[in-house]
Design a protein around this ligand. Structure first.
Ligand code: B12
Ligand code: SF4
Length: 331
């Protein structure tokens, strides 16, 4: 058997250590240096939060289960292009969601690679998907990015419960990286909420999931918007399994719905709405047209989504069913 102590790998690693190249796990990282590293990797904004911060208390145990070495969380955002998200066509909006989700994951991968090169241990949590489906239908994600981003000063949650960045508005997706190093200085939340309480998100949601008081009906949103994700997909499979014949299946599922399911399987799952994000005028880069002409903004950004004729998915006897029946009686 090879003497491991004399193996070329061991000798090289020991020689590197003796030259004092890599910082140790207790070595605090410099926040300015780390910020620049994240921006160079493609993040549009970034902040840092210690795991011990009270805002993360309810997430601490889950995070430590996944990466027990965690001392600090890097929170970062990547901007989405606004017009595709605002489009009434789902193909344009979904492409933008998928592109930016991939970008968030790539940026996370690049930052972790650079930190590993510096001798630090780091883990990037998925932006959205893939998720921990062994835990489904419970909590299938490692880190809730939104509260981390809020604690890291990257924005506040609006009435629609998405994080609104003070400059980029809600046209951002979020990422979080767990690292094994303390930081010399960390970020603090911003001191105002960029949400304007205009409630355009409330008006735009096709299933009434967003309450004017900031309540959010998870089931209403999930049943419609995530029709081609987890539970909606299972429901579709069961419809296929229970159908007595092709004709019977076609009575229950239109050709367009079947084709849409194929597209989600082939190219990545398609969201059905996200209109709450599309219409939000908050944020310094976004607000000008709303301030200039509110009525015009409503006509251009909100009405086309409200008037779109489309299939809407609701559970029987749910709040969403009552809302949709009342609102879309003309369609
Ligand atoms: C679960 C989840 C959802 C759920 C619940 C949404 C929610 N408000 O939590 C559903 C499927 C409905 C959803 C929809 C969307 N999501 Co989503 N989602 C997540 C996920 C995985 C966790 C969210 C979370 O932290 N929830 C817990 C707490 C912090 O959120 P909360 O709002 O305070 O509490 C809600 C949940 O507890 C939920 N809830 C209640 N009961 C149950 C039961 C179960 C089983 C689940 C899963 C949730 C749930 O309802 C509560 C009230 O809002 C994150 C990714 C991540 N790993 O963080 C993305 C994330 C929040 N989603 C995001 C996006 C973009 C969307 C959509 C726009 C997708 C789309 N293209 O249509 C919509 C927007 C809907 C909306 N207005 O919130 C972005 C938000 C970006 C931003 N600027 O804030 C995130 C951060 C992904 C990312 N990497 O950027 N999402
Ligand atoms: S659309 Fe208006 S109310 Fe809704 S989150 Fe954006 S600013 Fe707030």
């Amino acid at each position: 058997m090879t003497n491991i102590l004399e193996h070329p790998t061991t000798l090289r690693v020991r020689a590197t250590k003796a030259n004092g190249h890599k910082p140790t796990a207790s070595h605090a990282l410099d926040a300015a240096w780390l910020r620049q590293l994240c921006l160079d990797a493609g993040a549009d904004d970034v902040g840092f939060v210690a795991l011990t911060r009270p805002e993360l208390a309810d997430q601490q145990a889950d995070i430590l289960k996944v990466f027990p070495q965690t001392k600090t969380l890097i929170s970062y955002v990547c901007r989405m292009n606004r017009e595709p998200i605002r489009s009434v066509t789902r193909s344009a909006a979904n492409l933008e969601f998928h592109e930016t989700t991939d970008l968030v994951n790539e940026v996370g991968h690049t930052i972790v690679r650079a930190l590993e090169g510096q001798g630090a241990r780091a883990l990037n949590a998925a932006a959205g998907f893939p998720m921990e489906m062994t835990d489904f239908p419970g909590k299938t994600w490692i880190v809730s990015h939104k509260p981390v981003a809020v604690a890291a000063g990257l924005g506040m949650m609006g009435i629609h419960r998405n994080v609104i960045h003070p400059k980029f508005g809600n046209f951002i997706l979020l990422g979080t990286i767990l690292i094994d190093r303390p930081l010399a200085s960390e970020s603090q939340p911003i001191d105002y909420n960029p949400c304007l309480s205009c409630k355009l998100c409330v008006a735009a949601c096709p299933v009434g999931a967003i309450g004017a008081d900031g309540t959010f009906n998870f089931n209403s949103c999930y049943t419609h918007n995530y029709r081609e994700f987890m539970s909606g997909f299972t429901d579709w499979v069961e419809t296929v399994a229970d159908s007595k014949s092709a004709a019977d299946y076609r009575k229950q599922v239109s050709d367009g719905e079947s084709a849409s399911m194929w597209q989600s399987l082939a190219f990545g799952p398609n969201y059905k709405a996200a209109y709450c994000m599309a219409v939000c005028p908050a944020g310094e880069d976004v607000i000008a047209p709303f301030l200039d002409d509110r009525k015009g903004f409503l006509e251009e950004m909100v009405k086309p989504l409200q008037q779109k004729v489309e299939t809407i998915y609701v559970l029987p006897n749910s709040e969403a069913e009552a809302y949709v029946t009342k609102r879309f009686r003309h369609q």
